[in-house]
Design a protein around this ligand. Structure first.
Ligand code: NAP
Length: 246
């Protein structure tokens, strides 16, 4: 999948929601999905970042995106229901979700981990993707086929000292994907999988590894083949997998 070459029209006529679309990997994935024909719904917490991505997509002549400013740290359940209702009116279905938004929390031993930060990390990385998926499931069911992609991490497969809530949240993400994939297998047109992006040149990576030279890690553009593969129809039979983008 590392050298998957997506056809230019891979995502033509698809409606795809990307969380954390204002920066980092989510921004690049949103632009890449739009470049392959998708109408992208840009969800994130910082409006001016979302607007910049919106403008970039529009200037490139890709399908007009939609903007959803939403803070996944504090959004109550009815915000997700309202979003589902708006998307239903606007598009009538949803062909894919990239659950990409995430926060790192702090790097410290569990014995001194701040419970407030623990809750925030669990809320943004696990609970919000669960609530969003649940609210949008009826719209995904209306698509001819649909793809849900969760974002994991190496520390979501093997625990590592001082990675605290982030590591635990990524284990939970892997678990949520597996439970959902098993539930959907054979009864639905919806598939779901996990991507582990691997070390990627973003703000989160710099925060986690401040001493590292950012140039040593690939840019988000370089890990897009797997993001495209799993969102497009070439992966119709892939379900319940946890795959590495590098
Ligand atoms: P990033 O540069 O920090 O971007 C994270 C994105 O999530 C930003 O757009 C951010 O919005 C958004 N976000 C954070 N909290 C949010 C909230 N409460 N509500 C809505 N949106 C929120 O991180 P990244 O490196 O691109 O990471 C993307 C995903 O890949 C994450 O799930 C991360 O865990 C995973 N990952 C990354 C790496 C890596 O090396 N980069 C490795 C393994 C896994 P703002 O821009 O407004 O802050």
């Amino acid at each position: 999948m590392f050298d998957y070459q997506a056809p230019a029209n891979l995502l033509q006529d698809k409606v795809i929601l990307v969380t954390g679309a204002g920066s980092g990997i989510g921004r690049t994935a949103a632009i890449s999905y739009a470049a392959h024909g998708a109408t992208v719904i840009l969800l994130g917490r910082t409006l001016d970042k979302l607007e910049a991505v919106y403008d970039e997509i529009e200037a490139a002549g890709y399908p007009q995106p939609a903007l959803v400013p939403l803070n996944l740290d504090s959004a109550p359940e009815h915000d997700f229901d309202e979003l589902a209702s708006t998307l239903n009116q606007e598009f009538g279905r949803l062909d894919g979700i990239l659950h990409n938004a995430g926060i790192l929390g702090v790097r410290t031993p569990l014995s001194s981990y701040d419970p407030v930060i623990w809750q925030q990390v669990m809320q943004v990385n696990v609970t919000a993707p669960f609530m969003l998926t649940q609210a949008l499931m009826p719209l995904l069911e209306k698509a001819e086929n649909a793809s849900i992609i969760f974002t994991s991490s190496g520390v979501g497969r093997q625990g590592r000292a001082f990675w605290g809530a982030y590591s635990v949240s990524k284990f939970a993400t892997e678990g949520m994907m597996q439970v959902l994939a098993d539930e959907l297998e054979n009864i639905s047109n919806i598939r779901c999988n996990c991507i582990n992006p691997g070390a990627t040149r973003t703000q989160m990576r710099t925060t986690a590894y401040p001493a590292e030279n950012p140039a040593d890690n690939p840019a988000a553009e370089e890990i897009m083949p797997l993001y495209l593969y799993l969102m497009g129809n070439d992966s119709l039979t892939t379900n319940g997998q946890s795959l590495n983008a590098q």
